[in-house]
Design a protein around this ligand. Sequence first.
Ligand code: SF4
Length: 462
Amino acid sequence: MEETGVLDVGSGACIDERQRSIITTGRNKSSIHCSDDSMAGSVSQRACVFCGARVVLNPVTDAIHLVHGPIGCATYTMDIRGSLSSGSELYRNSFSTDLKEKDVVFGGEKKLAACIDEVVTKYHPPAVFVYSTCVVGMIGDDIIAVCKAASARHQIDVIPVESTGFMSGNKVIGYRAAAEALLKLITPKEGETVQMTRKLNFLGEYNLGGEKWLVERYLREIGIEINVAFTGDSTVAALKQAPGACLNIVQCTGSMHWVAQNLERTFGTPYIDVNFFGAENTAESLRKIAEFYEDEEIMRRTEVLIDREMKNIQPAIQKYREKLTGKRAAIYVGGAFKAVAIIRQLQELGMEVVFTGTQTGKQEEYDRIRDMVDEGTVIIDDANPAELEKFLLEKEVDMMAGGVKERVLAFKLGIGFVDHNHDRKECLAGFEGAVRFAREVYITTCSPVWKHLKQTPPCKED
Ligand code: SF4
């Protein structure tokens, strides 16, 4: 198997066609197979295309998010990001056209138009995002035409999000649908002007536990202002000012690289990648931003901030490092930028990353992950629960960092778990976030509960 570059995952837990999506560093020479549709029957950990679009757009706080489809699609994604807002709470609702059998037979366009009229009359939003779902894709409702007519009727942006769930087996396509909707919103219309500034846009930041506010505080201290974040704690009016920024910084590359590239092409705004998860990553990102401004005072303030914050957190990080050194970790998350950040943080804590993967990583991101981990680490793209279980056990993992769908699996296997999902409430970014993360990793990895669980004899029948 090694000569072909394909890992022999054996034991029947893995589907043969999935073998190219699983590699072991040092053993496999070939690149990992990724960026493809999920395989039918594999029960991917990914969500659908519509869900991918909604996680990107939902934090726009004062917009109406109207799901054109059966009620289940809206329920499944209600408040999906858990993002925090400093103003409107309108986005935390989940509006739906609640399509039924009759609508499937006769079409849902009239119902959609009536729903838009109703929510606009009742809530007076500055914009409405209309998401299409699987059913809408099947019956062929023309949501573009309905949105255009509604926009003319109400004189606000009514933007179609073409995110039919089954459009692809890869939720990245939903990110793209959301990006197209965002670009429609922020591109100035005839007669509209945008003020050019020295501020920056923060792309791929969703303010789950107040991360946007934390980074805003750091940047303000060094003399830089955020123009608008995409899309955490954003408003429609703020997003429309996006072309006025002098720089775009991109954190979640999976959801926002395409937007950044388009903003560069259309408005000439350059972009750089940043990562505010982990102390070293935060320091590096602040230095990158400061360098862009080519201002000695900004660079001086940046070094003062980094020096102070690093000194503050070192004793706590060292304390957890002593407890965690040598423990074995696994990571399975949505985006590769997050996997890269967590690998670095766990290594800084003295842990060995023995198994890692993502739902939507790209080739160059997997190459970077490969360079970061030790020989023998299993790397997996678009995993299913059977594969996760197999490698968590085989690699004798002590702690897993992942999302909501991995949590139950880890706990059932008696493995510690740290939630790095998009609905968590703890701020894990920045210097203080690094300490919070280390504390969470320590508590779960070193919890006495795992020892007792493994000692418990199997239940006897009466
Ligand atoms: S869009 Fe399709 S796959 Fe997504 S939640 Fe709705 S029915 Fe399910």
